[in-house]
Write a protein that binds this ligand. Structure first.
Ligand code: G3P
Ligand code: CA
Length: 259
């Protein structure tokens, strides 16, 4: 299994990280809840991915879908519900009755749960139009919170909405950024140059040794998502991938630590 090239700069706080727990340990506990993040920590995850959106009243909450329907007992778009309304929902029963009462966490709560134990890959969800930065400047609000929590050195910010990434870079010259995308590597390289990114986060099935080499030549890390099969993980590491984003952090526990 080949490791990262040492000359490639690693985001502060991410040194040695090769496994990122996707939405927490989301096979063991309901995704994007404190239970899932705590489970990831118990498994020894060095980094955890999560999804951030804004509520109607402008609070940053950690939830993947644009609506609460799939992962809570409520319904409706996240952006049309207040924090209080979202906090009243059960975000655990859909997964398993034992998790009844789990709540949709705020980004602050998650930071306080993982602080000193793991880094975060904060994926900023882009709203309905991925080509256009949302009016609400979610990028600025996420940065403000990370700064207030003194957590900027422990994050990698990613988004499929590359205008959000441009906004992040305009507001903060140093925070590590990852370009999220499916398969158009040359476009992703252009975006990475434009926004001053440190990493590419491609769909795992689109990753080739050649694209990893091209990214590394430009000083970019390559962290594919979402990799759950051990042999696919081994293959991607053999291609030179720096880390994998996985729903199964326990499967990759040994690969997750550099010796
Ligand atoms: O960050 C990788 C992955 O989380 C992107 O896809 O839909 O699971 O947020 P999604
Ligand atoms: Ca995500």
């Amino acid at each position: 299994m080949s490791g990262p090239v040492d000359s490639r700069p690693e985001p502060p706080g991410w040194a040695g990280c090769r496994v990122v727990a996707h939405r927490g340990a989301c096979r063991r506990a309901p995704e994007n809840t404190l239970a899932a993040f705590s489970a990831a920590l118990e498994l020894g995850a060095q980094a955890i991915e999560l999804d951030v959106q804004r509520t109607r009243d402008g609070e940053l909450v950690v939830i993947h879908d644009e609506t609460v329907d799939r992962t809570t007992d409520g319904s409706g778009p996240v952006r049309e519900l207040s924090l209080a309304e979202i906090r009243s929902l059960d975000a655990g029963s859909w997964f398993r009755p034992a998790f009844a009462g789990e709540r949709v966490p705020t980004l602050s709560e998650v930071i306080r749960t993982v602080r000193g134990k793991a880094c975060l890959n904060v994926e900023i969800k882009g709203g309905p139009n991925p080509g256009v930065a949302p009016d609400d400047d979610i990028a600025g609000q996420v940065l403000e919170l990370l700064r207030a929590e003194d957590f900027l050195g422990q994050v990698l910010i990613s988004s499929f909405n590359h205008e959000i990434l441009a906004r992040v870079r305009a507001l903060d010259a140093a925070v590590p950024i990852a370009v999220l995308y499916l398969r158009h590597h040359s476009h992703a390289l252009e975006v990475a140059a434009r926004v001053g990114a440190q990493a590419l986060h491609p769909f795992f099935a689109s990753v080739t040794p050649g694209m990893v080499r091209a990214a590394h030549r430009r000083g970019l890390r390559v962290n594919p998502w979402t990799v759950d099969s051990p042999w696919v993980g081994r293959l991607l590491f053999s291609f030179g991938a720096d880390a994998i984003i996985t729903n199964q952090p326990s499967v990759f526990a040994l690969a997750g630590r550099r010796t």
